[in-house]
Unconditional design. Sequence first.
Length: 288
Amino acid sequence: MTASTPGPAPAAAGATAARDGSPGSAQPAPRPHLGHALASEWTKLVSVRSTLWTLLSLVLTVVGIGLLFVAQTADGDYRDISFATPALFGLLVGQLAVIVLGVLTITSEHATGLVSTTFTAAPERLRVLTAKYLVFGATALTVTTCSVVAVGLAARIAHGGGAAGVHGASEWVGALLGSLYVTLLGVLALAVGALIRHSAGAIAVMLGLVTLPPVIGAMLNVWQATAPLGQVVLRHNAPVALMTMFGMPTGGAEGVTLPGDTAHMVLILLVTGAAVAASYVVVGRRDV
């Protein structure tokens, strides 16, 4: 009787399958990284209808109001201002759309309960939060800047005659800073939303921060004891910051020096940075 030849050992067979790349081989799962989180957050952002409508309202507000001002101005009106200045008037209203989108970027997940699924699929919460900030910031800055530039180009084409004076590329720096300032307001709104986890509450807080300082400053100026504080509030708020960056006169009293672009940018960076840091601490510690 002829003895049968023994078959390959299971371990050897498994090793052969792994080398051959057969379906039965165990493939290590890819390690998640920031790129995966960015792709996920981008998908969530563009798949929600509120994102489209909010960004559309931003574009229509900035471009629509800006073009109305372009149509009502003459070449000589641009002798002392930038061609991008008409976009300021739309941006003063359009910044509210950026703020709302920043809040909804995170609070909508809390409202629907999707945040639990997100943190279960991606336990690295700080990575997820970082991806939200990056995706929202890039989107808001791109849309805002394009809207402002579109208005500026329209003004340049319509009123670029000799009466408008000489204009250089440096005048666009203020417009870009204004777009960045509004984007930082949106990032601040996202941070507030991460802290509060409630859409209406976070939007109310941000609307108060943007719209109330001019009113509060004017009220404080009524009394002599609080007038110095009122002047500080009137000089440091979002409308004044945007008007300064776009080169518009802000109505400062005689002898009162208004902060420049750098001072406004430093202030918004400090406030936004503090809120973002607080959001990282809070999101990293609480359950959801």
